[in-house]
Design a protein around this ligand. Structure first.
Ligand SMILES: [Zn+2]
Length: 248
């Protein structure tokens, strides 16, 4: 195993060779880190965190020490990625409530989105461009998610007999949802791309926070009452969730 490039100054285009594999990674420096740390996620790939003061040989040594762990998780993520279809604009479809539906760009008189749960999206504009269509589709998703997610929150709030204050749906970088002490629920619009059962799990999760703020045993028991398979949905979101959204 050898490092192709391990100068600390270069934080891009780093790769490490483990066995037969050439694995790209991103370097990050952390003031709090005491040793070299590794993390692998579908959206970020392999991230190597370095302490502020790090002797160059530490990195090489840590890579050797964690080689098996890196390979195992890298392969797991690669295997998941292979199961995901190539999505628009690299492929032809985008997900809607867990189903892949086709996206088509068409020339028209105005700029709007036609959608049906059978035929997918027709993005109409005077001169279609991928950049323009991305923006239009994202706006469409956010608006549709606001309608659907609000409906699901109301549905579950009634089932669970829980009062909430307000629900906001928007693009969030790293969270599925949150609930404040004032019972304001905030949800990530990309949930509209996930299967309904996973979306409902997040809604039930946030509504349960209206009566129990921490992730205590009581909290999970409350979630399980309305969503007995919550572990399955949690796992689905952590495995496939990073692939949801419209590619930048
Ligand atoms: Zn929570």
């Amino acid at each position: 195993m050898k490092l192709k490039q391990n100068t600390l100054a270069s934080h891009q285009n780093n790769t490490v060779v483990i066995g037969e594999r050439v694995i790209p990674y991103t370097l990050r420096q952390s003031a709090r880190a005491r040793s070299v740390g590794f993390s692998i996620r579908a959206d970020t790939g392999l991230v190597v965190t370095l302490p502020q003061r790090c002797a160059p040989h530490w990195l090489d040594k840590s890579f050797k020490q964690y080689a098996a762990w890196i390979l195992k998780h890298y392969d797991r993520i690669q295997a998941t990625a292979e199961k995901i279809p190539q999505r628009w604009p690299y492929g032809t479809t985008l997900p809607y409530l867990g189903t892949e539906l086709p996206v088509e760009l068409v020339v028209g008189k105005s700029s709007k989105v036609h959608f049906s749960e059978l035929l997918g999206w027709q993005v109409e504009s005077k001169s279609p461009s991928v950049t323009g269509a991305k923006r239009t589709l994202k706006q469409w998703y956010v608006k549709d998610a606001q309608r659907v997610l609000k409906e699901r929150v109301d549905y579950w709030a009634e089932c669970m007999q829980i009062d909430y204050n307000r629900v906001t749906v928007r693009a969030q970088k790293s969270r599925w949802g949150s609930c404040s002490e004032k019972k304001n629920i905030s949800l990530n619009y990309v949930l509209i791309m996930a299967p309904l059962a996973a979306l409902d799990y997040v809604v039930i999760h946030e509504l349960t926070h209206c009566i129990e703020l921490s992730h205590s045993r009581k909290f999970w028991a409350g979630v399980a009452q309305y969503c007995p398979d919550y572990r399955v949905h949690k796992k689905w979101l952590s495995t496939y969730g990073p692939y949801l959204g419209i590619p930048e």
